[in-house]
Design a protein around this ligand. Structure first.
Ligand SMILES: Cc1ncc(COP(=O)(O)O)c(C=O)c1O
Length: 505
């Protein structure tokens, strides 16, 4: 056999193997099997029939993932592709974190509305991506429709604002601050910041999410020049002290790239007084940015939208749909109040991608506005939910989870062995468990006790809550991110903390 023939045969064999991976019938069988497994898992989670967190140590999990990666269909457990697929899916479901269990009261990542994942799956299976309109015409349409409707709900003026979706709140803040930097320092995109004297600064909420300081590092401003605004006793920017800081910085000649407010700030869920900050930004001619990753969704709610009053005055703001709009990660919005800024973050020349002969279409090429070139169709989950249930669903989700934050704080306050550390404004509650035996101990010991109780609790699989710190001492933090969490679950959480606490005493 000539070498050409044997090569052709080898390619044919490869084609046959590939065809079995692309087989539509396999997709159908696997899809049905996986959806069935997901449904059982969802039912089990909603009934709290298993563990919230399926705890295995990192080495144990990695060893199992490697075993499955390196075994194969011929493995005794899975002789056919369908058996293999079932085994893999079951393993994935049995070893993860169960956000759909109402006893998940942990990080700001939601028990996403299950249907949203299926809409996302359409994008994933068809690999609908964006960068240029031609690659994702429907994804672009969905994204633009969402930007328009959400922007109006936030309070931006129809026709004047612009926005887009990007992969997460960190990237969203970075992109908005890059725009602010380029607007403040016109030549910085091309020439960088070397030689900019006096050096520019960003002023941020004193407890801003770390991605703001990280953005300062990435943007060449420097983390040391991400100045932290002082906070009042509720954890909000103190406006008087902010003005004093602005005056001081400007008197020394440092350009202020942006004032970054939070709605709300991660640690305590405190919402900044946005109107007062906007007044200052107007007075001193400064770019106002608001990180509304968590709280932006309050715009859906009649009960809670006052928390973000003034957001519509921000020059830029970001909001994570994969937080309080209950869709799977990642789906984060960036908005500019003035649509003229929509192309100010980036400048690039890519003739292989953008078609100058169709300038009207370029407006819809997402890659001109985002850090991503190829971008997943991140709008599908949210667009699917909003189109199915209407925007009232998001109002309900915000209302229920925010009100559960209040209820948790009332329950903790009423219990002599718990201490709430702030006045919660939304679904974020920070507290300590302080039984008599612990209450009189040194602050560090009290903090250490919180961490030890939490570890016991989460490894038991009974509840999932997260650690935090308040005034430098460890504390416990709950964010009600599952709308199926009820007051009864909160009572059970307190009892579980008591149970594991007693075991430690
Ligand atoms: C206020 C705030 N901003 C930004 C982020 C980062 O968002 P992401 O995790 O989507 O990058 C978070 C994450 O919790 C946050 O709470």
């Amino acid at each position: 056999m000539s070498s050409i023939t044997s090569e052709t045969d080898a390619i044919e064999q490869a084609r046959k193997r590939i065809a079995s991976a692309y087989d539509p019938q396999l997709l159908q069988s696997a899809g049905r099997e996986i959806v069935d497994l997901l449904v059982s898992q969802l039912e089990s989670c909603q009934k709290s029939a298993g563990s919230v967190l399926n705890w295995n140590s990192p080495p144990e999990n990695i060893a199992e993932a490697t075993r499955l990666l390196c075994s194969g269909i011929s493995d005794v457990e899975s002789a056919t592709p369908m058996e293999r697929i079932r085994l893999l899916a079951e393993t994935m479901l049995s070893r993860g974190q169960n956000l759909q269990d109402p006893r998940y009261i942990g990080h700001q990542v939601p028990a996403s509305v299950p249907l949203a994942g299926l809409f996302d799956a359409i994008g994933a299976v068809t690999n609908s991506v964006m960068a240029v309109y031609e690659m994702g015409p429907w994804a672009t349409a969905c994204e633009n429709a969402l930007v328009e409707e959400l922007g109006k709900l936030i309070g931006y003026q129809a026709g004047s604002f612009s926005g887009f979706i990007t992969h997460g709140g960190s990237l969203a803040n970075l992109t908005a601050l890059l725009t602010a930097r380029n607007v403040a320092l016109g030549k910085s995109w091309k020439e960088g910041l070397l030689g900019t004297n006096p050096q520019p600064v960003i002023i941020a909420h004193g407890a801003a999410h770390y991605c703001i300081e990280r953005s300062a590092g990435i943007l060449g401003i420097g983390t040391d020049r991400c100045l932290k605004a002082s906070l009042d006793d509720r954890g909000r920017i103190d406006v008087e002290l902010l003005e004093a800081l602005i005056v001081e910085v400007q008197s020394k000649g440092h350009p202020i790239i942006a004032v970054c407010a939070s709605a709300c700030a991660t640690p305590l869920g405190a919402f900044d007084p946005l109107h007062e900050i906007a007044d200052l930004c107007e007075k001193y001619d400064l770019w106002m940015h608001v990180d509304a990753a968590h709280g932006g969704a309050a715009c859906f709610s009649d009960r809670y939208r006052d928390l973000i009053s003034g957001l519509e005055r921000a020059d830029s703001m970001i909001c994570d749909a994969h937080k309080m709009m209950f869709v799977p990660a990642l789906c984060a919005f960036v908005f500019y109040k003035n649509r003229e800024h929509r192309f100010d973050a980036f400048q690039q020349n890519a003739p292989y991608l953008f078609d100058p002969s169709a300038p009207d279409i370029i407006e819809y090429d997402s890659g001109l506005k985002t850090i991503e070139c190829t971008k997943r169709a991140a709008a599908f989950g949210l667009w699917g939910l909003w189109s199915t249930f209407g925007k009232e669903l998001f109002a309900d989700l915000v209302d229920v989870t925010f009100s559960m934050g209040q209820i948790l704080s009332e329950k903790l306050r009423a219990a002599p062995d718990f201490q709430v550390l702030h006045k919660p404004e939304c679904n974020i509650v920070v507290f300590r468990y302080l039984p008599e035996e612990i209450a009189g101990r040194k602050a560090e010991q009290i903090g250490e006790f919180q961490l030890r109780v939490r570890r016991k609790l989460i490894e038991s699989g009974e509840f999932y809550i997260v650690p935090s710190s308040f005034e430098g001492i460890a504390a416990l933090r709950c964010t009600v991110m599952n709308p199926l969490t009820t007051p009864r679950h909160l009572d059970q959480l307190m009892d579980a903390l008591r149970k594991y606490g007693r075991e430690l005493l």
